[in-house]
Design a protein around this ligand. Structure first.
Ligand SMILES: NC(=O)c1ccc[n+]([C@@H]2O[C@H](COP(=O)([O-])OP(=O)(O)OC[C@H]3O[C@@H](n4cnc5c(N)ncnc54)[C@H](OP(=O)(O)O)[C@@H]3O)[C@@H](O)[C@H]2O)c1
Length: 301
């Protein structure tokens, strides 16, 4: 089985690359890395790539993930998040391939009193969420065999995410102010990659067409609670030497261009029922991620 992995230099892409079979049947691509470089926002280049690789499965974590910048560059975000998955799905439909695609909790409004289920009506409140929803809809309309995995609050030991940002500041002894009125499910990219493999292993059991699953860390908490937990566990793991104050603040005191949902906890029961495997807890994800961070710090010159 030949697998094409996009976005292989991104945080989820790197965890997927480490887990997908590396026996010559895995082909990796990214803007600036992998087996070859490809700008996926160019349909002609994408089709050329697909016709050359002829994958049985496309695993597609590539996306425009700059949530605030999407407000200023909606056209570019839409090309990556809405058009590109649709083009991939069209190719899959015409070539009997499967598309595994990733979407976001930000397709939801935030107005709920229970975790969001796959059947709940999306109502995105920002450009990023809207473009990701349009991507889902394009895949569903294509008729391709596809799995869409919505996840939330993704983090890893690589630079460029919430966890790495707060640990970097705390490591310099700087106090932290973290938003406490947005509640979600922080998800370690390693656990999401594991869950993706579980789904790939079970594709034969999927119904025809497109299936949608929610996969996020088991637990619900604010960014402030997650940040506080991360600081405590980083201290326990010896990654931080000193405790820094972690002050809760309101979203209104931390203005961001894109509005975030106040409640974006995902209900992952459908994934559990289908695979028989629960998504691990937020605390476990954090510990596994911090262990990798420690190992990578020890191995760097
Ligand atoms: N991050 C989160 O908190 C979060 C939350 C919910 C859902 N998700 C979804 O989860 C998935 C993975 O997210 P992530 O955080 O791992 O993303 P990421 O780290 O930002 O990685 C995205 C990858 O896509 C590549 N890419 C972007 N534009 C491209 C283009 N035109 N051509 C080729 N490659 C391109 C990027 O390469 P360059 O860096 O070189 O541009 C990067 O390697 C995405 O679908 C995202 O929407 C993420």
């Amino acid at each position: 089985m030949r697998i094409l992995l996009t976005g292989c230099s991104g945080q989820l892409g790197r965890h997927l690359a480490a887990r997908l079979p590396a026996d010559g049947e895995l082909v990796q691509t990214d803007h600036n890395g992998g087996d070859f470089q490809c700008d996926l926002s160019d349909r002609r280049l994408l089709d050329k790539t697909l016709n050359r690789v002829k994958p049985d499965i496309i695993v597609n974590p590539a996306a425009w993930t700059a949530v605030d910048r999407a407000e200023d560059e909606p056209g570019t975000a839409a090309r990556l998040n809405a058009d590109m998955p649709g083009w991939m799905a069209d190719w899959c439909a015409a070539n009997d391939a499967l598309l595994l695609h990733f979407s976001t909790d930000y397709v939801f409004s935030g107005a709920s009193d229970r975790p969001w289920r796959e059947v709940d009506e999306p109502a995105p409140g920002n450009v990023y969420g809207r473009t990701k929803l349009e991507g889902e809809q394009a895949i569903m309309a294509s008729g391709a065999r596809a799995v869409i995995v919505r996840t939330a609050w993704l983090y890893s030991h690589f630079p460029g995410n919430f966890l790495s940002a707060i640990l970097a500041r705390a490591g310099q002894g700087q106090p932290l102010k973290i938003v406490s009125d947005q509640i979600g499910s922080p998800t370690w990219a390693g656990h999401l990659a594991d869950a993706s493999l579980e789904l790939i292993r079970r594709t034969e059991a999927l119904p025809p067409g497109c299936s949608l699953f929610h996969v996020a860390g088991d637990g619900q908490m604010s960014w402030h609670e997650f940040g506080s937990m991360a600081i405590e566990r980083a201290l326990a793991a010896g990654i931080l030497e000193r405790r820094v104050p972690v002050e809760p603040i309101a979203s209104a005191s931390w203005p961001q261009k894109a509005t975030r949902p106040v409640w974006s906890v995902l209900d992952c029961d459908k994934y559990l029922q289908f695979t028989g495997r629960p998504v691990p807890s937020v605390a476990r994800g954090l510990d596994e991620c911090l262990q990798l961070l420690k190992e990578s710090a020890c191995s760097s010159p």
